[in-house]
Design a protein around this ligand. Sequence first.
Ligand code: FES
Length: 111
Amino acid sequence: MPVQASKVNTSKVNIGRIEDFPQQSGKTVEVLKWSIAVFHLSNGSMQAVENKCPHKGGPLAEGIICGDHVYCPLHDWKISTKDGKVQEPDTGCVQTFPVDVEDGYVYLTIE
Ligand code: FES
């Protein structure tokens, strides 16, 4: 019996121009069912995570960015914008999303 490839349903969504995302800050983007926090870090890279802290749902896009981490604005949990992991002593994880910049436009990939 042949192996059936699983269906991949991916959307690459244009979310605006790079200048719409000031460095060292986050911005909320609504895509499909997701509210996503998009960060333009001081090193120029862009990262995206679900905009909902795993503690009590704080809006991570409004958090303070330090390097490649964001501090939740509600109770200061520290979360990696790269892999979504909550840093010790707290625990948990948020969904991350690939971000690409092409010809001055920012794209999120939603799977
Ligand atoms: S809701 Fe984010 S640390 Fe409490």
